[in-house]
Design a protein around this ligand. Sequence first.
Ligand code: GDP
Ligand code: MG
Length: 177
Amino acid sequence: MEEEVGGEEYLFKVVLIGDSAVGKSNLLSRFARNEFDPNNKATIGVEFLTQELEIDGKMVKAQIWDTAGQERFRAVTSAYYRGAVGALIVYDISRKTTFESVERWLDELTTHCETTVARMLVGNKCDLEDIRDVSVEDGKSLAEEEGLFFMETSALNATNVQTAFEMVIREIYNNVS
Ligand code: GDP
Ligand code: MG
């Protein structure tokens, strides 16, 4: 979805993907509401949240979609991806299996999205250094191989959350303007 509204406004659809419990919902609630839910209940409760950003003096709206937990059943539907121009592919740095799933999520994204999608690989929960299971180097090299932006984040302490979303949104803006 890249709609130009009134000549000065843009609306971009961005999707959050990645295995269950990597922190997708908390990344979104941290970004959009500056909130974190320590319990396993961070259901945004809506399909997406909209955030406004100013880029080059233009008002840019990012409609950020969160799954309702259906990724547990590997049943994220094509409607979820439809019209997406940006994606954050999230894994949990304390659980290697979630990193190993990244390729599958990238394949799914490619299958469902035809246009150029600005993609950021996000290693979340970087506050869990003590139980790190995926090195920063491994994250970086996968991102390089696949041509993705890369950032480690923590929805818990807010590290890089704003930056990660903003980088994706800026890249989309660069792609369309
Ligand atoms: P989702 O299934 O990918 O949407 O993941 P959630 O946002 O529901 O988070 C799953 C669990 O991980 C919850 O218990 C969160 O509190 C926790 N969590 C999410 N982000 C972080 C983080 O950055 N650091 C830590 N330590 N825990 C996190
Ligand atoms: Mg969730």
